[in-house]
Design a protein around this ligand. Structure first.
Ligand code: CO
Length: 214
């Protein structure tokens, strides 16, 4: 059965190629010439979150990095390389950090159950919980979960603004703009949480969230 499923995927690919060529003969030849995406996407690995589908973007428009719980890590060479290449070489105009409600990574960080190596990866979300404890403590568990998803996105936006990669590019060009979004798996709608943080002053405005803690 699993083998049939994989065969089906390969068949789907064959069909897709034929369909695209029928619509546009040079579709693949043009793609092979290069890419000029304007957006770097940092999203969750969750299989229900499909950036192209939800934003109506196509091939060549979005440079994508996904990891569990869409985290900005200062020690992840994979992420940092993607960021540096996107900002300095591709010169993307926007970075979108997109979290999502019902995120398993965020849920795991809220609890004490151990899942192995992943516990270390999602550890920064526990710090976010600590930073915003005053706000989160007033909410019931369901609302806490939703709000923590949002707060973690805002934290990642701030983290991006603290990278030397982004700061150096801001000094040169006032780009990229950074946006924090949350995607609602249950409705399909995206909510914009923060946006256009392309200067030091605006970064400080984002970080005012941190000052809410008493
Ligand atoms: Co997730």
């Amino acid at each position: 059965m699993p083998q049939n499923y994989i065969s089906q995927l390969l068949n789907n690919n064959q069909n897709w190629v034929q369909e695209q060529i029928a619509i546009d003969e040079d579709y693949f030849e043009r793609a092979a010439l290069g890419q000029e995406p304007q957006i770097l996407w940092l999203g969750c690995s969750d299989s229900r979150v499909n950036p192209s589908e939800m934003t109506g973007t196509g091939k060549g428009e979005v440079f994508v990095h996904r990891n569990i719980a869409n985290l900005v890590s200062y020690t992840d060479f994979n992420f940092l390389s993607v960021l540096q290449y996107a900002v300095e070489v591709l010169k993307v105009k926007h970075i979108i950090v997109c979290g999502h409600y019902e995120c398993g990574g965020v849920k795991a960080a809220m609890g004490e159950h151990q899942y192995g190596l992943i516990d270390n990866w999602i550890r920064p979300i526990k710090d976010t919980m600590r930073f915003y404890a005053n706000e989160l403590d007033d909410l019931d568990e369901k609302e806490q979960f939703k709000r923590l998803v949002e707060l973690s996105v805002i934290e990642q936006v701030a983290h991006l603004g603290y990278t030397n990669i982004v700061r150096n590019q801001w000094a040169k060009s006032q780009m990229p703009h950074i946006h924090g979004w949350v995607y609602d798996i249950g409705t399909g709608y995206v909510k914009s949480l923060v946006s256009m943080i392309n200067t030091e002053a605006e970064l400080k405005a984002v970080c005012k969230f941190e000052q809410l803690k008493k």
